[in-house]
Design a protein around this ligand. Structure first.
Ligand SMILES: [Zn+2]
Ligand SMILES: [Zn+2]
Length: 255
């Protein structure tokens, strides 16, 4: 399995995963052109993507789903509730070729399955994902809300993970955001912090995890250097850690 973040953060999310027989995009929060050009830099044609799976209705994940479906003919999977909210926002335009799944359902594509995991994040019907190609398991875990029941155990059964590491606690508390927004981010439907991510990964690296890519970093309340330093303080220097960029494609990762 190979995976790469094309962009990650509140300004737009899109992660590409390929297995022996399947090419998947998770989320369409960047433009079709951006996705097409960034995939081309690693020798992939966006028209070969089999399926776009949308995690939740927030615009940084769903805003360009219509373009991906109409321009490139990519089939789209999302929950029924997410679909209806996305369609009611004016920006997306019609989405072609949509199939629905229920949160918690396993979507099967031959030897590869996508497990959908309901999250307490404050979208209408959010899910995170595990891709299992019957040889290895990859987590695509952002917009998690909080460290919900079952998440620590789930992370320890992964071989690779894109894991939300949204904010540094003291930067958020001392930063410029208004009080209501600070409360939302720290609250049960918001995002998980660098320290929470590091706690999850310390369990996972003690298990079978080979690498982690820190994802969905806040622009205002985090930085790649601070996120990595917080993780290194917990995990030490010996584990494979990278950061998904808010501005472009990150390194191609393999399992
Ligand atoms: Zn998001
Ligand atoms: Zn969100």
């Amino acid at each position: 399995m190979k995976a790469v973040s094309l962009q990650s953060g509140s300004n737009g999310n899109c992660i590409y995963v390929e297995t022996k027989d399947l090419r998947i995009l998770f989320d369409a929060g960047i433009s079709g052109i951006q996705a097409e050009e960034r995939l081309r830099t690693i020798g992939r044609d966006i028209r070969d993507v089999d399926c776009l799976v949308i995690s939740h209705d927030h615009t940084d994940h769903a805003r360009c789903a219509g373009i991906f479906s109409r321009k490139y003919g990519i089939d789209v999977r999302m929950t029924r509730k997410t679909h209806s909210v996305v369609m009611s926002s004016a920006s997306c335009g019609p989405i072609r070729g949509v199939s629905h799944f229920e949160p918690g359902e396993i979507i099967s594509f031959g030897d590869t399955v996508i497990e959908t995991i309901p999250t307490p994040h404050d979208g209408v019907d959010g899910v995170a994902f595990v891709v299992d190609d019957s040889r290895s398991r990859l987590g695509v875990l952002t917009d998690l809300g909080h460290v919900f029941d079952g998440l620590p155990e789930l992370v320890t059964e992964l071989d690779g993970v894109f894991l939300e590491s949204n904010y540094d606690v003291s930067m958020l508390e001392n930063g410029p955001y208004p009080a209501f927004l600070k409360k939302r981010i720290k609250g049960p439907g918001g995002h998980i912090s660098n320290a929470e991510s590091a706690g999850l990964l310390s369990r996972a690296f003690a298990g079978r995890l080979k690498w982690a890519c820190l994802a969905h970093l806040s622009e205002q309340n985090n930085s790649p250097a601070i996120a990595v330093a917080t993780h290194r303080a917990v995990l030490g220097g010996g584990v494979a850690l990278s950061v998904a960029s808010r501005y472009g494609i990150s390194s191609l990762l393999s399992l």
